[in-house]
Design a binder for this molecule. Structure first.
Ligand code: SAH
Length: 222
């Protein structure tokens, strides 16, 4: 990730248009989501030596053993969230901050938690430098959510969850939806869990995806 804001050249903008086409061909149709992918310069989240990889539809290593999710996956989860302007959205797994910026472009009031200190420090400084001043970043354990800031309209987990954390469901508003890849093995099942008005839950499953693991409660000091 660059320290200073890189430039967004015509070439990068062109590559982004092609990326949006690719994602559309893979089945993403929500115009707001496609527009957000078009707007956020993904190469800003890459180290300058790896810029040419930024517009491939692939995940990429961002340091501290973590990855920036594949653009298709970011779009898929964002589409499932069906964000309306002004909604409070909690993200678990800030990582590079790319997904958080997409959510902000969709009009969400974003709260995002990261458990790796290195990534937290880097991303919490970097996002405001890009102009994303309303995204609130937190260093902590996503399994616990953010009780002091809830309840949330929507939640998105961007790491492989071995199970659905109860705390997250508690902090979801009635009518709210959690989008979470569930599975402890190699692949996860993209799952939406909606809290109904009577506090029961409706679960739906989508395809399989691969995420880095959602790790346990001790936030790393590295
Ligand atoms: N959304 C990110 C991709 C994240 S990769 C992006 O757009 O770049 C998954 C992230 O989840 C990693 O940064 C990892 O450190 C973080 N993570 C894993 N377990 C976590 C937990 N329990 N709480 C918060 N973050 C966690």
């Amino acid at each position: 990730m660059a320290i200073t804001k890189p430039t967004d050249s015509y070439r990068h903008q062109g590559l982004r248009k092609l990326l949006v086409q690719t994602i559309r061909q893979k089945g993403i149709s929500d115009p707001a989501v496609l527009d957000a992918i078009l707007k956020v310069p993904r190469h800003f989240f890459f180290d300058s030596s790896f810029l040419e990889y930024a517009y491939e539809d692939k995940p990429f290593a961002i340091g501290a053993g973590q990855t920036i999710s594949q653009p298709y996956t970011v779009a898929f989860q964002s589409e499932l969230l069906q964000i309306k302007k002004g909604e409070r959205v909690l993200e678990i797994g800030t990582g590079s901050g790319y997904q958080a910026c997409i959510l902000a472009e969709l009009g969400a009031r974003v709260f995002t938690i990261e458990r790796q200190k290195l990534l937290f420090d880097r991303t919490s400084k970097f996002l405001p430098s890009l102009g994303y001043v309303t995204i609130k970043t937190f260093y902590g354990d996503g399994y616990k959510g953010l009780p002091a800031f809830g309840p949330f309209d929507k939640m998105i987990v961007t790491a492989a969850a071995p199970y659905v954390p109860d705390e997250l469901l508690k902090q979801l508003k009635p009518g709210g939806t959690l989008v979470i890849p569930v599975g402890a093995d190699d692949v996860q099942i993209m799952t939406t869990i909606t809290k109904l008005a009577d506090n029961t839950f409706e679960t739906k499953e989508y395809g399989t995806f691969r995420f880095v693991p959602m790790l346990g409660d001790k936030a790393s000091e590295k």
